[in-house]
Design a protein around this ligand. Structure first.
Ligand code: ZN
Length: 152
């Protein structure tokens, strides 16, 4: 199933492609769309697997000189290059989605499992229930953590 993107999704992607380090607030100002909307859309793009990975951003300037001595120059250089902290999986735009359980293609409408702010997609209901069974404990702790965060 190809991923359906609307104008807002595309605007967010374009904005992130210019600079992957932009904050949601910056994008919000740029596109004149509220920050929570940007955040929700971004989360969705990550959930459907379009935005592949989010790497931690490392500010090399904050590493002290004494620390730098114990890190190799190569490592420091490679940290500097990783400025863009997200990686787009453009193939997913055209290609089908992948079942989050059996990793097979989702040809039909995906079966969705939502918990906390996460969505998982499956090719069939048995994959969805198997996933729930296998990761039940983890799902529960994510939900609880999410609830805690909301309270604070
Ligand atoms: Zn499956």
């Amino acid at each position: 199933m190809p991923v359906e993107l609307d104008d807002t999704d595309i605007a967010i992607l374009k904005s992130l492609m210019e600079d992957g380090r932009k904050s949601f607030r910056t994008i919000s100002r740029e596109l004149k769309i509220s920050t929570p909307t940007i955040k929700a859309r971004y989360d969705r793009l990550v959930n459907i697997g379009l935005i592949k990975s989010i790497r931690p951003e490392i500010d090399v300037t904050m590493i002290s000189n004494s620390n730098k001595k114990s890190l190799s120059d190569d490592l420091i250089e490679s940290l500097k290059v990783k400025k863009k902290h997200f990686h787009l999986n453009i193939d997913n735009l055209k290609v089908k989605m992948q079942c989050d359980f059996c990793k097979g293609p989702i040809n039909d409408k995906p079966k969705v499992l939502k918990f906390a702010n996460i969505e998982r997609f499956f090719c069939c209901i048995s994959c969805r229930s198997d996933y729930k069974e296998k990761y039940g404990g983890r799902i529960q702790s994510i939900i609880e953590k999410h609830r805690e965060n909301k309270k604070n």
